[in-house]
Ligand binder design. Structure first.
Ligand code: FES
Length: 215
């Protein structure tokens, strides 16, 4: 996740933020993804562009085990293959009509998407669990400046003297999705305190970014 040590897995979203039969946008460092969960709970990550006229598939709707584009209703399966074109109900869509899909797994309450081959497994979080996610208008450098700590090769950053850990997912040059991790046995008051600390760090990182340390 660190710009110099980019991992093959991106922590794209929290499992709790994607209910069954819903779709959402997600980002890898260089592209936008349509991430959706079928009625039975299976995850799919695909390019976020419908091959028909380019509508974002993350705006689509999930029915059963397929995702339909919100524009003209072309339906896609979990392998990315177009299954149905409503305007031509008797047509079997050719194999060439498909969207690219990416490996996606859930681990430790986080949805991970792989952007390359031979991704291995995502890093273990060692007893930490996600509390919330924050979108930050700042790059990794500004976040490191704000926290006075360095992200490791897996994108994990431990602020000094804080009771939490950050898992960073770059969203381009000057934007980062931060997953705030806490100990599994953190109490509700501790979780609230951590959430506030994370908000403070976001403001500091964005201020640092605005002063030229954002990327
Ligand atoms: S743009 Fe997706 S079905 Fe037409």
């Amino acid at each position: 996740m660190h710009p110099q040590t980019t991992g093959r897995w991106t922590p794209a979203a929290l499992s709790a933020d994607l209910a069954a039969s819903t779709a959402m946008p997600a980002s890898l460092a260089t592209k936008t993804i349509a991430l959706w969960r079928s009625a039975s709970g299976r995850l799919t990550a695909s390019d976020d562009r419908c091959p028909h006229r380019g509508m974002r598939l993350s705006h689509g709707f999930v029915r059963g085990e397929a995702l339909s584009c919100i524009y003209h209703g072309w339906r896609y399966g979990q392998d990315g293959q177009c299954l149905r074109i409503p305007a031509h109900p008797d047509l079997t869509p050719p194999k060439t009509i498909r969207v690219e899909t990416y490996p996606v797994i859930e681990q430790d309450g986080i949805i991970w998407i792989a952007s390359g081959e031979d991704a291995g497994t995502p890093p273990p979080l060692n007893g930490l669990m996600p509390l919330r996610s924050l979108s930050v208008s700042a790059g990794i450098a500004a976040i490191e400046l704000a926290t006075e700590a360095k992200a490791d090769a897996d994108g994990l950053l431990k602020p000094s003297d804080d009771a939490f850990c950050l898992l960073l997912a770059p969203q381009g040059e000057a934007a980062t999705l931060i997953h705030v991790l806490v100990s599994a046995d953190a109490t509700p008051p501790q979780r609230i305190a951590v959430s506030r600390q994370a908000e403070t760090l976001r403001r500091k990182a964005e201020a640092a970014s605005n002063q030229g340390a954002g990327s």
